[in-house]
Ligand binder design. Sequence first.
Ligand code: NAD
Length: 486
Amino acid sequence: MVSRVIPVESFDLVVFGGTGDLARRKILPGLYRRFLAGQVPDDARIFGAARAEMDDAGFRQFVAEAIAEFGGSASRAAEDVARFLNRLHYVAIDAKGDSGWADLAKAMRPGVVRAFYFSVAPALFGDLAERLHRHGIASPESRIVVEKPFGRDLESARALNATLAEHFTEHQIYRIDHYLGKETVQNLMAVRFANILFEPLWNARHVDHVQITVAETVGVGGRGSYYDKSGAMRDMVQNHLMQLLCLIAMEPPYRFDPDAVRDEKLKVIHALEPVGPDDIVRGQYRGAGKGTRGSYCDDAENPESRTESYIALRVNIANWRWKGTPFYLRTGKKLRARASEIAIVFKEVPHSIFGDEEGWRENVLSIRLQPNEGMTLSVMIKEPGPGGMRLTEVPLDMSFAEALGEDGADIPDAYERLIMDVIRGNQTLFMRGDEVEAAWAWTDPIIAGWEARTDKPRGYDPGSSGPEDALMLLHRDGRRWREIRE
Ligand code: NAD
């Protein structure tokens, strides 16, 4: 099956922070891939805007190198790259000053979609919004894309929402959570709401528990001093894991429409019960030596750091659908494998007609976000051959690449998809202001709790599955974590 590419109207896209790491690794190579797919119209223009003094030629060279390094399977044919580079321009701009803004204002065309991607430090989000307005660059049809982190607690998120709201309406603000742009995450909604099979079982009567794992093998590396002020709860749980939890737990929206979907996600966040200290395990990798075997405190350059590089939580949702089905969340750095997975673990059959079968396992719907995006449903069947009824577990593999006859490498990256959604004006996969605030309102007391107790994170070995205590979080409920593997 050849994937359909839906054309978009012409646009002027300005990437503030266009010379930064995110632009280089994701945004610009992603735009190139969309260009190759025919989604960047001939007259569309992409502007890099950053503090460095540079001209169009310098920026095009920068982007050519970014494509060469991070373009993935995309064509490197010189004429393809050159045609794309022709659409690129550069404006030197200071988010905190007035230089460059008049040039940008002059460069904007009337009558086309204007999108402004804020790929700069969060401290500059407000400055950019204000100056876009002051210099008459923001039109009523303009959109702004705001990177993470969106605040570091409820108060700062509220303040940021208020600042952005002074210049843009909620319908113009696209708060990015790239997990929502993943093919599998959207497929989760298709599987749930476009099939009759799963929805009747999607509740506490049939689901024993849910596990959400986002495991990384890297440490905090070069961003240790930033990360040390954040930690796994703020950096991963409040946004990415929470969003995944919402998509699993939400009620069917009445339509696949941005506000209908986000209304349902918001209800889930409101229904989350507070999490007590017994339902949280915080960890910090502590190795001997340097590099991959080293310690978090060395990486963070803070020998006394109490910031967690790992967290596991048991979360309860207080509503009719989920009361009694815990959601176990865990995420961490320097773990044994890079793997993100959601596992819906179903209950046992009410009565086994086969007696005590050794090979028996519960059904699990496993949704892999990375690597190898796809879904697997494990089911029990009879082991082939004579000799009576022996059961065995087989996976029903719903790997999209195979099923759709596509090369998996051609599945668009999350950033590509999300940027095209911005151009199309579709906010479904972006977080609304009230969602972000509700997520912080749930997160803040949990963080305040361990800060007040001056809790220290538990140590774990780099390359392991996390602290021993995290195993206990499930063991005491008679459950176990799924293995972290690629
Ligand atoms: P970076 O430090 O590599 O780049 C920052 C960019 O901002 C540069 O282009 C710089 O020139 C520009 N800049 C700095 N001060 C400026 C000013 N006063 N006026 C105009 N431009 C200015 O940062 P990054 O890693 O690309 O991150 C950008 C944003 O994306 C941040 O909010 C970050 O939290 C978020 N983010 C980054 C990643 C990632 O993988 N890098 C992942 C998720 C989110």
